[in-house]
Design a protein around this ligand. Sequence first.
Ligand SMILES: NC(=O)c1ccc[n+]([C@@H]2O[C@H](COP(=O)([O-])OP(=O)(O)OC[C@H]3O[C@@H](n4cnc5c(N)ncnc54)[C@H](O)[C@@H]3O)[C@@H](O)[C@H]2O)c1
Ligand SMILES: O=C(O)C[C@H](O)C(=O)O
Length: 312
Amino acid sequence: MKITVVGAGAVGATCADNIARKELAEELILLDIKEGFAEGKAIDMMQTAALLGFDTKITGVTNDYASTAGSEVVVITSGLPRKPGMTREELIGINAGIVKGVAENILKHSPDTIIIVVSNPMDTMNYLALKTSGLPKNRVIGMGGALDSSRFKYYLSQELGCSPADLNAMVIGGHGDTTMIPLINHATWNSIPVTQFLSKEQQEKVVASTMVGGATLTKLIGTSAWYAPGAGTAAMVESIVRDQKKLISSGVFLEGEYGQKDISLVVPVILGKNGAEKILDIKLSDTEQATFNKSADAVRNMNDVLYEMKLV
Ligand SMILES: NC(=O)c1ccc[n+]([C@@H]2O[C@H](COP(=O)([O-])OP(=O)(O)OC[C@H]3O[C@@H](n4cnc5c(N)ncnc54)[C@H](O)[C@@H]3O)[C@@H](O)[C@H]2O)c1
Ligand SMILES: O=C(O)C[C@H](O)C(=O)O
């Protein structure tokens, strides 16, 4: 198995480190545009092999896409992260050009790959990667739901005083401060609805905290988070390369599901060796569906910017 991570920054390097420790690939290529940056991080990671006991072969390259040839999975994290006070959507002007160029270069050497898009604004970047690559829709998947759902479980566990591992909770919609939808009425604590244990105010507090989970950390750290994003991306890679058929909310191209088409949004997806193998078009309440439609409208407005930029 060969995997490439494009972007050796905070998220890309963390994702690569997770992939190496889990031995999800025999060969892992870390690529960055900054001279020597990926090479240095790859050597640093390889120098943990004797300590951590993994056999993954990690190689760092500077903008050398020939080295990525034959990658079964490619993770795209290249692009700017936001600064405190910014929205993810404000990154589109710089990141859209980066993601388009990276997708084009990747496809030249790995025409059958599965792409996982992390760069923000993720919903629109995933749509751009799909349109640019020409890959089937099951082979271009956005990472956002895995992260947001884990944050949702964190905030629920804080409120319930329980182990996050005992929680089942999912976020769908968009990967944006105002477009994501933590499905509080579907969340359970070992099969028991969490709404039985939380007041309406507590439920609203958990949902609100989850929605701004990224911005909260950006304010504290000064840049985007990377540990949970890196781990969330690696969890998606693992379900794909080990054909685990895990249900992970992911950004995928919709063709009528949830009443939406020609858009990438975060919905429940079965991830296996063929990528996004099945979209679960679950029944939402009228309120949830209305909120989903509002999120879709906001994401579609961002996608329109790609057309204005003549990138699609
Ligand atoms: N989808 C999510 O849930 C999620 C989570 C965290 C971060 N992000 C996004 O991921 C992106 C990366 O975040 P980060 O914190 O790792 O940023 P970072 O600045 O630490 O790393 C980005 C890396 O991309 C590299 N890069 C830039 N242009 C490139 C190109 N054309 N080819 C190859 N490499 C290039 C940079 O040199 C840098 O090393 C940002 O857009 C951020 O908003 C998304
Ligand atoms: O919030 C950010 O800017 C990065 C990422 O989308 C996140 O949710 O951590």
